[in-house]
Design a protein around this ligand. Structure first.
Ligand SMILES: *Cc1c(COP(=O)(O)O)cnc(C)c1O
Length: 392
C-alpha cells in the first residue's frame, strides 16, 4: 500500500498546524473538492482570504497577464501595478498617505510596528484577545499566552487592556505611548464587536497624547464587513491601517498604509522586502478591488451576512450571534464547536471553531444564495449530529 497524502503530509511538513482536516484538490467559486472528489461549500474562504472565491476568471486573468508581462523586479525598480494599487488603496481610505507592501498580515504589522518606533517612543497599547500575527514583533503585540510563552522574551513595553473598554484605554495611554493598536472587530477571538463609539474614543485618547492610532484591518478589511474597511462606519481616521488576507484574493500580499505625517516616518534604509509590492501580487489585488466594485460585493456581503446571522440564530442552540457583513461569529449553548465543525464538514460545509464554544464564518463574497440556503437548511441537523442541546 502506498502512503496516503495525509501520511505524506505528516512525514514531510512541520507539525505546526496539527493534522489537516482534508486534502483539497480543486475549487470553483465558493465550492471546493477533496482528494476523493467530495464537494464542500466553503464558508471559511481560506480564513477571510478568498474574497472572490476560487478560480475567479478576473483574478486568474490578471495574474496570468502580469506574470507573462513582468513577473518580478527588485525594489530598486518600480512597477506600474504597485503604484496603481497604492493610489487605489489611498483613494479608498480617502486620505493622503503612503503605502508599504509586503507578503502577509504579520509582515504588514511588523512594518507598522517599526514605523511606530520612529516616533521616538516605544510604548504600545493593545487589546486583550487580539491577534496580530506570529513573527516576533507581531507576537509581542498579540495577547494569547499560549502563542507568546514559548518565545519570550519578546519586544517589550506593551500594555494589554480589555477590548471595548474605553476607560481602560484612557488609563493606559500616556505621553510616552507610541501607538494604540486595535482590530475594529476581533477576528481570531471568534468575532468580538466593540461597543459603539469605541474607535472614536480611541481616536480622541491617542490624539490627546500624540500617539498613533493603528487599526489592524487584516481580517476585517477589503469588503469583508460590507464596507471597504470595518472602521469606515465609525467615521474615524486612523494613522495606520494594516491589510492582508482578502486583499490579494488568495495571492499573498500585505499592505501597511500610513496616513498624513505618519506616512513619512519610515525613511530610506529603515525597512525593506524582496517580494513586497511584487507586480503579480499587486495586479492580483487590483483585480480583487475592481471586481468588488464592479459586482457591488459590499452590498452583497451585508445582505448575505444578515441572512446567515438571522438564519443561524433562529436555532435556540445558538446563544449569541455577532459580526458584520460576511465576518460572522456565534456562540453555542455548549463547548462543542469542534464537534459542530466536524459535523458540518461531514455534511459538506467548511466552517471554523476559533474557541471551544464559538463558530466563525468568513465565506467568499461571491457565495451564492443557494449555498446560503443549503447551509441554513442543514444547520439544525449539524447541531443535532454534534449532540448540542438547547440551553436549559
Ligand atoms: C490573520 C491575521 C494576522 C496575521 O496575518 P498572517 O498573514 O497570517 O501573517 C494579523 N492580524 C489579524 C487581525 C489577522 O486576522
Amino acid at each position: 500500500m502506498s502512503a496516503t497524502w495525509s501520511e505524506r503530509y505528516a512525514a514531510s511538513l512541520m507539525n505546526t498546524f496539527g493534522p489537516p482536516k482534508l486534502v483539497l484538490t480543486r475549487g470553483e467559486g465558493a465550492h471546493v473538492w477533496d482528494e476523493n472528489g467530495k464537494e464542500y461549500v466553503d464558508l471559511l474562504g481560506g480564513i477571510a482570504v478568498n474574497a472572490l472565491g476560487h478560480g475567479h476568471p478576473a483574478l486568474v486573468e490578471a495574474v496570468s497577464d502580469q506574470l507573462s508581462t513582468l513577473g518580478h523586479v527588485s525594489n530598486f525598480f518600480a512597477s506600474q501595478p504597485q503604484i496603481e494599487l497604492a493610489e487605489k488603496l489611498l483613494a479608498l481610505v480617502g486620505e493622503p498617505g503612503k503605502v508599504f507592501f509586503s507578503n502577509s498580515g504579520t509582515e504588514a504589522n511588523e512594518a507598522a510596528f517599526k514605523l511606530t518606533r520612529r516616533t521616538g517612543r516605544t510604548h504600545v497599547v493593545v487589546a486583550e484577545n487580539s491577534f496580530h500575527g506570529r513573527t516576533m514583533g507581531a507576537l509581542a503585540l498579540t495577547s494569547k499566552e499560549a502563542y507568546r510563552a514559548p518565545f519570550e522574551p519578546l519586544p517589550g513595553n506593551v500594555t494589554f487592556v480589555p477590548y471595548g473598554d474605553s476607560e481602560a484605554l484612557a488609563a493606559a495611554v500616556t505621553d510616552e505611548t507610541a501607538a494604540v493598536l486595535l482590530e475594529p472587530l476581533q477576528g481570531e477571538a471568534g468575532v468580538n464587536v466593540p461597543p459603539d463609539g469605541y474607535l472614536a474614543r480611541a481616536r480622541e485618547i491617542t490624539s490627546e497624547h500624540g500617539a498613533l492610532l493603528w487599526l489592524d484591518e487584516i481580517q476585517t478589511g477589503i469588503a469583508r464587513t460590507g464596507a471597504w474597511f470595518a472602521h469606515t462606519e465609525s467615521g474615524v481616521t486612523p494613522d495606520v491601517i494594516t491589510l492582508a488576507k482578502g486583499l490579494g484574493g488568495g495571492i499573498p500580499i500585505g499592505a501597511t498604509i500610513a496616513l498624513g505625517a505618519a506616512g513619512d516616518l519610515l525613511e530610506p534604509g529603515n525597512h525593506g522586502t524582496t517580494f513586497g509590492g511584487n507586480p503579480v501580487a499587486t495586479a492580483a489585488a487590483l483585480a480583487v478591488l475592481h471586481v468588488i466594485e464592479q459586482d457591488d460585493l459590499l452590498a452583497r456581503a451585508s445582505s448575505l451576512g444578515n441572512r446567515l446571522r438571522d438564519g443561524m440564530a433562529a436555532d435556540p442552540r445558538v446563544t449569541d450571534v455577532r459580526g458584520r457583513g460576511l465576518l460572522i461569529g456565534l456562540d453555542l449553548s455548549a463547548d462543542a464547536s469542534a464537534e459542530v465543525t466536524a459535523a458540518a464538514l461531514e455534511q459538506g460545509f467548511i466552517i471554523n471553531n476559533p474557541t471551544p464554544n464559538r463558530i466563525r464564518l468568513a465565506p467568499p463574497l461571491v457565495l451564492g444564495d443557494a449555498d446560503v440556503e443549503a447551509f441554513l437548511a442543514a444547520w439544525p441537523a449539524i447541531l443535532d449530529r454534534a449532540g448540542v442541546e438547547p440551553p436549559s
